[in-house]
Design a protein around this ligand. Structure first.
Ligand SMILES: [Mg+2]
Ligand SMILES: [Zn+2]
Length: 216
């Protein structure tokens, strides 16, 4: 048995792990999955195309995109959660990764849709996310994990990052600013393309089994 800790392992242990949820822990974005199931595609698809284009052009914030999308989900929240628990898939090695590294899950989506999937997976993890707020006759997002950010100029996750050195694992737009604050980044998809364009270092993220191998 080995009790000494080498320098690289020491570095790994001193870093706190921060994990995005949608498209990172989960194979697909869960809000989009729910929208594609519950909303007429003739309404959803043109709206998604418009929102994507405006987000890329910087004429709308990620928060506004989520609010527009969320307003389309008019079915009872219980129906959305039941659908997600049945259909959402998490990437390989997730439960073992949480057990070993105790990451913080930092998400722009919702405790109400994340926690039941963690329960399904038998995973107990720290989560910082927004909440679904039933108000009046509608449903709104109570923003918690995303707050105004002086660095990127829009509400983002950066202020919710733990203090100290971080390893950030993410996939998308909502991870950009937070990833730039981390010492080490594992990225895929849109986040990887963004970091490429910004000439920032990152390592590719495929799943948690590969990630664990890269860290040890
Ligand atoms: Mg994501
Ligand atoms: Zn920011």
């Amino acid at each position: 048995m080995r009790h000494d800790v080498g320098p690289s392992e020491q570095n790994t242990r001193s870093l706190e792990f921060v994990l995005d949820w949608d498209g990172t822990v989960t194979e697909r974005d869960t809000l989009l999955l729910a929208l594609q199931h519950f909303v007429d595609r003739a309404i959803l698809d043109p709206l998604e195309a418009e929102l994507d284009a405006r987000l890329a052009a910087g004429t709308i914030t990620h928060r506004e995109v989520m609010e527009r999308e969320f307003s389309l989900l008019t079915v009872p929240l219980g129906d959305v959660v039941a659908f997600l628990v049945e259909h959402v898939r998490v990437r390989a090695g997730f439960a073992a990764f949480v057990e070993r590294f105790d990451p913080l899950i930092l998400s722009s989506s919702f405790h109400e849709t994340i926690e039941p999937i963690l329960a399904r997976e038998g995973v107990s993890a720290r989560v910082r996310a927004n909440r679904v707020d039933p108000r009046n006759d509608g449903r709104q997002i109570r923003w918690i994990s995303d707050s105004d950010c002086a660095t990127c100029g829009e509400p983002c996750k950066r202020a919710s990052l733990p203090a100290g050195a971080l390893t950030y694992i993410g996939d998308g737009y909502s991870d950009r600013c937070a990833a730039l604050a981390a010492e080490r980044v594992f990225a895929r998809d849109g986040l990887a393309r963004y970091l490429d364009a910004e000439h920032r270092r990152y390592e590719p993220f495929t799943d948690f089994s590969h990630l664990t191998t890269a860290l040890t």
